[in-house]
Design a binder for this molecule. Structure first.
Ligand code: SF4
Length: 513
């Protein structure tokens, strides 16, 4: 067990940081991680950020357990256990808090779940952090080490991200993760009715400085990361900053012999600015997660997602693809305007845009969102059991469909779009529509890590994959190699992602319904 000490002297209080395990779900990318020899998608950045927030003069030592990587030690000798997670981790957070407290260990709980649902977390932990922790954690440490800590630390205003330090990654092994995450901003100016993010981090975009972000990017590179995920909710929330940051990333990345690839979540408005789009391509963004949600205008109006209405969504998605950036489409079904015909419309959209990858979610109403309040008035909520997963379950009584019919069509749609032949056709179609190839990285050196990951994939598909998946893997590589060999690396990357979706649809989906 690695330990990281802060302070000096002979006496250190020990803090056990615990990142709860993710439930098996569509977004976890477990299948891809296993295929590439990693354990999970990305680390919990909140806990290493708490470490970096330790004030001078405080003698503490940290141990870290990411339950997605290693088993928890319930008997870890420590003075405090710190747990943080999202609504997705709700069940496990409760188990962890109860388990450690039953063992007589003090527990501190914070993060998105404990903040958004703070009324459900009262008495769950000895120390309850509500809101962002940049200012409260150092105060807590000073008080706790003097044995005068309070039970609740409530950050009522939004913090200045210039005060948010680079996470201390010294307790993680980068090889356990597909991505290292870097947050550049918090807050989003949009008004999507179902969004719980803005309930937690607010509507006013706040950014770190470009220098802060570049320090974190360089740290990730020095750790040995190959891909960085910008874990913003909307990377375009402050367009002026986004452009400045992209310029800094390009200037740094293009002179690396082992340049990084990037991905992030962003609104479809990125497609409306070709200059920014080209900058994303030049910075080496490979995937953009887009909240497209639906192709029905009435549904977008219904949930106040007005920024998706401005221009033609087909053209926006195709334009992103033409720059060689994979649009990862976030689609939702279960809006009030959805009837049985919406599933075919979404399928057509995914097919016509040749988008290989799409996540289909069921509309849910997270607590405290405008959607939750509206549906509560309409008596259309089933408890408040939003799981944080957006998959396979909804806490909403749909307007035009029964829950059973909604779930049936939803599962059928998932199966159709991840049918091997259909995926293969879309992937080849997507590779063919690429028009822009940045020439900034022609000096890129051979990367042994990526070579071994590729070899590992070939071995898996030769000897262990199910026949339909094996066929698609080799067929795609052969056809890509014949038509455009420079795209082989991209094809490998998307086939690795497909492995997770294939696995999810063919093994996890039937188990869960
Ligand atoms: S654009 Fe995304 S982050 Fe912003 S309000 Fe809508 S769902 Fe939330």
């Amino acid at each position: 067990m690695k330990i990281r000490r802060y302070g000096s002297g002979n006496s250190f209080k020990r803090i056990y940081l615990v990142a709860p395990r993710h439930p098996e779900n569509f977004w976890s990318m477990q299948g891809t991680a296993a295929l590439l020899g990693a354990s999970t998608l990305m680390p919990n950045a909140a806990l290493p950020t708490l470490m970096a927030l330790t004030p001078p003069g405080i003698n503490v030592e940290y141990a870290l357990c990411d339950e997605n990587i290693s088993d928890l030690d319930w008997n870890m000798p420590c003075d405090l256990v710190v747990i943080t997670g999202t609504t997705l981790h709700k069940k496990r957070i409760h188990e962890l808090c109860d388990g450690f407290r039953n063992n007589g260990v003090k527990v501190a709980l914070g993060g998105a779940y404990a903040s958004i649902n703070h009324d459900q977390c009262t008495h769950l932990a000895d120390y309850h952090f509500i809101g962002e922790a940049e200012y409260t954690w150092p105060v807590f440490l000073q008080q706790w080490t003097k044995e005068c800590a309070r039970p609740v630390y409530h950050q009522k205003t939004y913090v200045d991200l210039k005060d948010s330090p680079a996470p201390d990654w010294s307790l993680i092994d980068v090889n356990d993760y597909i991505n290292i995450n870097v947050q550049t901003s918090r807050g989003c100016p949009n008004h999507c009715e179902f969004c719980d993010v803005i309930q937690y981090v607010g509507k006013k975009p706040r950014t770190k400085s470009a220098e802060q972000v570049m320090l974190e990017v360089r740290n990730a590179h020095a750790l040995g990361a190959r891909t960085v995920f910008f874990s913003d909710d909307n990377f375009l929330a402050n367009k002026v900053f986004t452009e400045k940051l992209l310029g800094a990333i390009i200037a740094w990345n293009k002179v690396q012999t082992r340049p990084l690839s990037f991905s992030t979540q962003i609104t479809v408005e990125i497609a409306d600015d070709e200059k920014l789009l080209q900058m994303c391509a030049d910075a080496r963004f490979s995937v953009l997660f887009l909240g497209v949600e639906t192709v029905r205008r009435e549904s977008l109006e219904e949930v106040k997602k007005y920024h998706n209405l401005k221009f033609d969504i087909f053209e926006r998605v195709n334009r992103i693809s033409r720059y060689g950036i994979m649009p990862f489409l976030g689609m939702i079904v279960g809006f009030d305007h959805d009837d049985e015909s919406v599933f075919a419309e979404i399928e057509d959209f995914i097919t016509c845009t040749s988008s290989p990858i799409a996540g289909i979610s069921l509309l849910n109403a997270p607590r405290n969102t405008p959607l939750y309040k509206r549906l509560e008035k309409e008596n259309r909520l089933i408890g408040d059991d939003f799981s944080g997963e957006w998959q396979l379950n909804t806490n909403i009584i749909p307007k035009q469909l029964s829950r059973e019919v909604l779930l049936k069509h939803y599962c059928e749609l998932f199966k159709k779009i991840y049918d091997p032949e259909r995926f293969h056709a879309r992937l080849l179609g997507w590779l063919r529509q690429m028009e822009y190839h940045s020439d900034l990285y022609s000096h890129k050196k051979f990367d042994p890590k990526q070579f071994f990951q590729g070899a590992r994939m070939i071995r898996y598909f030769l000897f262990r994959a199910k026949p339909p998946e094996r066929k698609i893997f080799f067929k795609t590589l052969i056809e890509t190699g014949k038509t455009n060999p420079r795209l082989l690396r991209r094809a490998f990357s998307f086939l690795a992602q497909y492995h997770h979706f294939y696995d999810f649809v063919h093994t996890k989906l039937p188990e869960r319904i």
